[in-house]
Design a protein around this ligand. Structure first.
Ligand SMILES: [Zn+2]
Length: 170
């Protein structure tokens, strides 16, 4: 019994929520999206470099764009970073290079910079545990592009301008 066969057997039980370990091949992706399109809430993981690249990966696995668009509710990417040890955490002044890397938004009011001094609790590393940094990508419907209507001008409050525009040849 392979992974996709097991997943089909699970779907016969008609669960409300399915937690799928990983979408790694075309058959699993097809079954997972079929389940999502038939009223099941499916959670799963994929290995990609960013949230947006998940769409390309799903497409690469053979899913049709219409299927992806109709069944995908959100993509959350996660990157784990080391957490500064709370026991030996202390403030430090950022260097000019660090401020330059943050960009102009933080030039006037730089955020507080901290580091772990190192203590017995963190074995002198200055770090204890990890934190997730998440990016959430909720696909949204594509809005139709604005259409150009010859002779039509969006109202600016000037009746003479509207009247002039209506006379322009189309
Ligand atoms: Zn420490």
């Amino acid at each position: 019994m392979d992974f996709a066969t097991a997943l089909r057997a699970i779907l016969r039980q008609d669960p409300d929520v399915i937690l799928l370990g990983e979408v790694r091949d075309a058959e699993t992706a097809q079954v997972a999206f079929s389940a999502a399109m038939t009223g099941h809430l499916v959670f799963s993981t994929m290995h990609t470099n960013s949230t947006v690249e998940t769409l390309a990966r799903l497409y690469d696995l053979g899913l049709k764009p219409t299927v992806i668009a109709s069944a995908l509710e959100a993509v959350i990417s996660q990157r784990l970073v080391r957490r500064i040890c709370p026991r030996c955490r202390e403030s430090v002044a950022p260097s000019d290079d660090q401020l330059r890397m943050l960009g102009p938004v933080f030039s006037d009011a730089p955020p507080q910079f901290c580091h772990g001094r190192g203590c017995p609790d963190c074995n002198g590393t200055g770090y204890a545990g990890r934190l997730p940094i998440c990016e959430i990508f909720p696909p949204t419907p594509i809005r139709p592009a604005p259409r150009y209507f010859p002779g039509f001008v969006f109202s600016t409050g000037s009746s003479s301008r509207r009247a002039h525009s209506e006379k322009e040849p189309s």
